[in-house]
Write a protein that binds this ligand. Structure first.
Ligand code: ZN
Length: 421
């Protein structure tokens, strides 16, 4: 769709959603009343900036003050929730949200569309590690790929390489085409120890998917070890699946802008950044009826571009630079964990090494401090990693070598940041 038409459509859907949340969700009514904004003030996309932004803290505060597990964001009667979900609650109690029956259909179609965009095709079988609930909703993700004729086939327990190899080594041509994996790099030591290429056992494997911060080093290492491309998606538990990677313009994601408005704002002034400059992502949900967050602060830093892509799409493309929560401020430089990973994993003796950034409560800090878990590692490796990091970021660096196991491993996400006094 030409961008001019797309923006008209976005404006119509936005106006409808603003009316919906104002009439039905007490938190939005409170925020908009405080900002003296009425639904009738929002008529087109050009009015979006008038709306106050929504942050996680607003939802948590409303939840705790009003004893409302939905944090004042629920827009439908409780018996219309068809599929529920909750935040991970890493910062305290979880917050609840969910999908209505209509939402389930819509997000199923959205999963189908985004997954088609990254290469899923009818007849493919999809295997994944333990948890398939990509960006929030396992049932919806499965429903979505089934719409494409893809078979969600197997949920293997991590480490998936070992269990899948065990299952399929003897089963001939019954295998899978797409592997979903949060941390496919963790399988690499096992694959290397068996000294075979995965394609020898899984000859029909086409690509690996995930939904993670993907450093260039991680992509190179994973693609090299598995022998197939890596195709990424972007989303979050409370805002669903948002975008899939362009197969031509990697690592940019195409946003389905008839479903979401994505703003990239200066996190201090809250004004849009210049085209191509980094800013923080704010998402407005144009399709959900149950829990449509508007101008929701994603806490991710990205750059965007809107010129037509060589793949033919006219939609906004975004590149995620990193999560604000997984960054440290050294002097005036913000350093994301994925940037550190990119540098450290580029050293041949430190590929897929477990690492951790140290963030002092007082920010900014004077040095970049990084822990590397390398049992038996020699000081030379720490020194060489330090030189590489100093060269990349231009700041003082300290690298500590720890024993394997000294850095906590989570099933889904590693503890990449250690906060200290
Ligand atoms: Zn494209």
């Amino acid at each position: 769709m030409p961008r001019s038409e797309l923006e008209v459509l976005q404006g119509e859907r936005l106006a409808r959603q603003v009316r919906h949340v104002y009439d039905n969700a007490p938190l939005f009514r409170q925020l908009y009343d405080e900002a003296r904004i009425a639904p009738s003030d929002i008529r087109s996309l050009a009015d979006l900036h008038k709306l106050p932004v929504l942050e996680k803290r607003h939802i948590r505060e409303f939840r705790d003050v009003h004893q409302d597990p939905f944090g004042g964001t629920r827009c439908v009667p409780i018996d219309q929730i068809y599929l529920g979900n909750h935040s991970t609650g890493t910062s305290g109690k979880p917050t609840l949200f969910g999908l209505t029956r209509t939402d389930f259909e819509k997000i199923g179609a959205l999963y189908a569309r985004v997954f088609y965009g990254i290469g899923f095709r009818a007849g493919y079988r999809w295997a994944a590690n333990g948890i398939l609930h990509w960006h929030g909703y396992q049932a919806a993700a499965e429903y979505g790929v089934q719409k494409l004729g893809v078979v969600p086939m197997l949920m293997a327990k991590p480490p998936i390489g070992e269990s899948l190899v065990g299952l399929f080594e003897d089963w001939g041509d019954f295998d899978f085409n797409v592997l979903g994996h949060y941390q496919p790099e963790f399988e690499i030591p096992y694959l290397r120890s068996r000294s075979f290429r995965p394609l020898d056992i899984f000859p029909n494997l086409r690509f690996i998917t995930s939904g993670v911060d993907l450093s260039d080093s991680r992509r190179r290492i994973v693609e090299g070890a598995w022998g197939v491309p890596f195709r990424n998606t972007y989303g979050s538990g409370d805002q669903y699946l948002i975008a899939g990677e362009c197969l031509i313009d990697k690592p940019f994601f195409h946003v389905p802008e008839d479903h979401y408005i994505v703003e990239i704002l200066d996190p201090v002034t809250m004004e849009p950044v210049q085209a191509g400059q980094p800013g923080e992502i704010f998402i407005s949900n144009l399709w959900a009826e149950g829990f449509p967050y508007l101008r929701y602060r994603m806490e991710d830093i990205a750059i965007g571009k809107t010129e037509a892509c060589d793949c033919g799409r006219t939609s906004l493309r975004i590149r995620i630079l990193g999560r604000r929560a997984w960054s440290v401020q050294v002097g005036d430089r913000t350093i994301f964990n994925s940037e550190v990973e990119d540098v450290v994993w580029s050293h041949p003796d430190l590929e897929v090494v477990n690492y951790q950034l140290i963030r002092h409560k007082q920010q900014p800090q004077e040095r970049l401090e990084v822990n590397l878990a390398k049992t038996g590692g020699v000081q030379r490796l720490a020194d060489e990693a330090g030189v590489l990091l100093e060269k990349r970021f231009g700041v003082p660096v300290t690298v500590n070598l720890l024993d394997e196991g000294a850095i906590a491993q989570g099933l889904i996400k590693m503890q990449r940041l250690l906060v200290v006094d």
